[in-house]
Design a protein around this ligand. Structure first.
Ligand SMILES: Nc1ncnc2c1ncn2[C@@H]1O[C@H](COP(=O)(O)OP(=O)(O)OP(=O)(O)O)[C@@H](O)[C@H]1O
Ligand SMILES: [Mg+2]
Length: 264
């Protein structure tokens, strides 16, 4: 019997360095740890952050490290054709080929988008069953979703990114797909900033009703989330964690994966 379509998880926003690739990697390893079959598509061929993370993981094993679960992965580069029409057709074809290579063979396809608006990124958003948007924990970063007045929390206008997600939602509903679950993940949280934290919470609470996303806590700002990149490992791969901060980090990642509500 044919396996059902893979559930597509897209990591996206239009701001560089907010933590998309870091979150993507931790979600992937979290799912692998639950014995799920996972594939990764990297649409950020300029940086290839997640692809490089995964290559480091392969190298770790090749160099005698313990065996760790691996997803399959592909990088899809943007077309360089000179005419827009040709570029879009080529992007569409390459993206579809990557999806076809994985679909029905894996449970989840995790797609890491670049931090700017590209045609490939739009294609991915239109297919997202779950869209994960990391948001850094400051009032300024809310602009990524919409302009909210810092005094009375009135929403002044939505961002271009929010408009794009709405277009993707319309596309899904026209093509008869179930609604997208848009999850805004507050990430790189500072542990000692409760006033800012509360203000961002209040503004997000207003925004989530207007734009229809749900927001969940993500990862605090911790060295452990970046220092393991060269080894290709994450906190979830460590057999023993000794420090309290590592125990907390591991729990944060597990809670995040649970909060994505991916399992019936
Ligand atoms: N929770 C975190 N704690 C500490 N460092 C983090 C955390 N999340 C991300 N970083 C670091 O911040 C930088 C940017 O993160 P990342 O590459 O994941 O962002 P991105 O949104 O994928 O960026 P881009 O838009 O450029 O693709 C990296 O150096 C990463 O290691
Ligand atoms: Mg990235």
């Amino acid at each position: 019997m044919d396996k059902k379509d893979a559930h597509i998880i897209v990591l996206g926003n239009e701001k560089g360095g907010t933590g998309k690739s870091t979150l993507a990697m931790h979600i992937v390893v979290g799912l692998l740890g639950l014995d799920k079959k996972v594939a990764v598509i990297d649409l950020d061929a300029r940086q290839k952050s997640i692809a490089r993370y995964l290559q480091n993981r392969q190298a770790f094993m090749a160099n005698g490290g313990a065996k760790v679960a691996m997803p399959e992965f592909k990088v899809v580069a943007q077309s360089t054709a000179s005419m827009i029409k040709d570029r879009e057709a080529e992007d569409q074809k390459n993206f579809q080929a990557a999806l076809d290579a994985f679909n029905k063979r894996v449970d989840y396809i995790v797609i890491d988008c670049p931090g700017n608006d590209t045609y490939l990124s739009r294609l991915a958003h239109a297919l997202a069953d779950t869209l994960v948007t990391p948001l850094n924990d400051s009032f300024i970063d809310l602009d990524l979703l919409g302009e909210v007045s810092p005094t009375d929390y009135k929403v002044k206008k939505f961002s271009l990114y929010t408009d794009m997600v709405w277009d993707s939602r319309k596309y899904r509903s026209v093509s008869g797909k179930p609604p997208m679950d848009w999850v805004v993940v507050r990430t790189r949280l500072a542990s000692l900033d409760s006033r800012n934290n509360k203000r961002v919470h209040d503004a997000l609470d207003v925004l989530q009703k207007r734009i229809m996303f749900r927001y969940v806590p993500g990862l605090y700002e911790r060295v452990i989330y970046k220092e393991m990149f060269p080894s290709g490992l994450t906190i979830l791969d460590l057999e023993k964690v000794n420090s309290l901060s590592h125990v907390a980090a591991r729990q944060e990642v597990r809670t995040l994966v649970e909060n994505l509500n991916l399992f019936e």
